[in-house]
Design a binder for this molecule. Structure first.
Ligand code: NIG
Ligand code: FE
Length: 393
C-alpha cells in the first residue's frame, strides 16, 4: 500500500487514549486510521477520513495496538521439554535448570543462535507482538553474554544484560558477581539498554542484586528485576528503591510490596506463562490493580519456565486465572508493556505514535480471552509495514 493510506471498516478500535474514545481503553466505533510512513498520522471518525487516500477495508474487524512484550529470553539453544514433562508429573521448578540451557547455548554457533532468535521473533510477530524486549543470560561468560547481546540487537533495540541469571558452574558467587560488574558489563553494555538480575532463591540475593544493578546504572543502563518469582524476598522493594522500570514476576507479594509498587513508577510485570508452565499459583493481579499499581503482561518466553510466544494466551490467562477484566488485560499487554519499557511511542493508537497495529478476526478485543487457543491475529503492521502472518492474503 502506498503512503499515506487509510484503514476503514474497523469494528471497534482500541486506542488506549481516553481522550479519543470510551473508558480507559479509549474505544472508538466507526473509526478510521491514516498511516503515513512509520507513523499514525490521524485517528478519527470514518466519515472524516481524507477521501483521496487509498484504503484497506477491515470488514468490521477489531483493531488494537500491537502487543508490547516487555519480557522475553529469546537467545538460547536447545530445549527443556524433558524437564517440563518431569514437572508435570510432580517435580518442582528450580533456578538451576537454567544451567542446562547455558551448556547448550555455549556450544551453539552464532548462526544457530541467530536462526533460533529470528524464528522466535517471527513467532512473536505472528502472535501480534510489535515491540519486544529480550535478554542475554544463557551465556554467562564474557564472550557468550556479549555475543548473545550482539545477536539480540539484530532483532530489537530493547535488549537487556542478564549476566546475573544464575552463578554458572566452576566459579564462586563472589567472583562471579565481580565479573558481572566488571569485564562482563564492559563487554555487554554497548549492546544493552537495560540491566536485569534474577533476585530469588537459587540465584542472587538482594545485596548482590543491588551491587550489580548499581554497576549497570553507573555504566548508563536502566534497571529492571526478576523479583519474587519463587519465594517472597526483597526484590520488589529493591526495584522500587532503584526506580526500576519494572519488577517482573511478582508471584509472591506481601502488602508492603503492593503498597510500594502502587506508590512508585515501577511497573509490576506479570508473566502468567511461567505460573502456567511451572504449575504455580498466579500473582495477585487484582490486589495490585485495586491498590493502583501499573500492571504489564508479558510472555517471559524462555525454554525453562514459559516456552510460549503467545500474548493472546497471556491475556486469556490473566482474565481467567488472575481475575483481570478483558479491558485491563488488553491494556496491560499493550500500554502496560510500553510503560514497563518506559516508551510512549508504542502501545497506543494516536496521532504521532508508531504505526504498530493488529487487526483481529473478531469484532472486539474481548474475544482474545473468550476464544482461548484460537488464532485470532488477522494482520499485523509494524512501523506502518504489513508483516507476513500465517493468514496473509
Ligand atoms: O523468567 N526467572 C528466571 N529466568 C527465567 C527462567 C529461565 C529458565 O528456567 O531457563 C524466567 O522464568
Ligand atoms: Fe524471565
Amino acid at each position: 500500500m502506498p503512503d499515506p493510506h487509510g484503514l476503514t471498516g474497523i469494528g471497534s478500535l482500541i486506542t488506549n487514549d481516553p481522550n479519543l474514545g470510551d473508558g480507559p481503553l479509549g474505544i472508538m466505533r466507526d473509526a478510521a486510521i491514516l498511516i503515513d510512513g512509520d507513523r499514525i498520522a490521524w485517528v478519527g471518525p470514518a466519515g472524516e477520513l481524507d477521501s483521496s487516500v487509498p484504503v484497506v477495508d477491515l470488514e468490521s474487524r477489531a483493531v488494537i495496538p500491537g502487543f508490547v512484550d516487555s519480557h522475553a529470553h529469546l537467545v538460547f539453544a536447545g530445549d527443556r521439554s524433558a524437564e517440563f514433562a518431569a514437572r508435570m508429573t510432580g517435580e518442582s521448578y528450580a533456578a538451576g535448570g537454567i544451567r542446562t540451557t547455558v551448556m547448550a547455548t555455549r556450544a551453539a554457533s552464532d548462526d544457530a543462535l541467530r536462526v533460533r532468535t529470528r524464528d522466535l521473533a517471527d513467532e512473536l510477530a505472528r502472535s501480534g507482538v510489535t515491540t519486544f524486549e529480550t535478554k542475554s543470560g544463557y551465556g554467562l561468560t564474557v564472550e557468550d553474554e556479549a555475543r548473545s547481546l550482539r545477536i539480540a540487537r539484530e532483532f530489537t533495540d530493547e535488549t537487556t544484560f542478564l549476566g546475573a541469571h544464575v552463578v554458572p558452574e566452576g566459579i564462586d558467587a563472589d567472583s562471579y558477581v565481580e565479573l558481572v560488574c566488571g569485564a562482563m558489563l564492559e563487554a555487554c553494555a554497548d549492546n544493552a539498554r537495560w540491566i536485569d538480575v534474577f533476585c530469588d532463591r537459587g540465584a542472587f540475593d538482594v545485596d548482590q542484586a543491588r551491587q550489580i544493578l548499581s554497576a549497570g546504572m553507573a555504566r548508563g543502563l536502566l534497571p529492571r528485576i526478576h523479583a519474587n518469582q519463587l519465594q517472597h524476598g526483597g526484590g520488589v522493594q529493591l526495584a522500587v528503591e532503584l526506580d526500576a522500570a519494572s519488577a517482573d514476576h511478582c508471584t509472591h507479594l506481601d502488602d508492603a510490596d503492593i503498597e510500594a509498587l502502587a506508590g512508585s513508577k515501577t511497573v509490576a510485570t506479570l508473566l502468567p506463562g511461567a505460573e502456567f508452565s511451572t504449575r504455580a499459583a498466579y500473582p495477585a493481579a487484582r490486589r495490585l490493580l485495586d491498590a493502583g499499581a501499573t500492571v504489564a503482561l508479558a510472555t517471559d518466553c524462555n525454554p525453562g519456565s514459559s516456552y510460549t510466544t503467545s500474548m493472546p494466551l497471556m491475556v486469556a490467562l490473566a482474565v481467567r486465572e488472575m481475575r483481570m477484566s478483558p479491558d485491563e488485560a488488553l491494556w496491560s499487554a499493550t500500554a502496560g508493556g510500553a510503560r514497563a519499557l518506559r516508551r510512549t511511542d508504542v502501545g497506543v493508537i494516536t496521532s504521532g505514535a508508531r504505526a504498530d497495529l493488529v487487526s483481529l478476526d473478531a469484532p472486539d478485543h474481548v474475544h482474545l480471552a473468550y476464544r482461548p487457543g484460537v488464532d485470532l491475529i488477522d494482520r499485523v503492521w509494524v512501523s506502518g509495514h504489513l508483516r507476513p502472518t500465517r493468514k496473509q492474503r
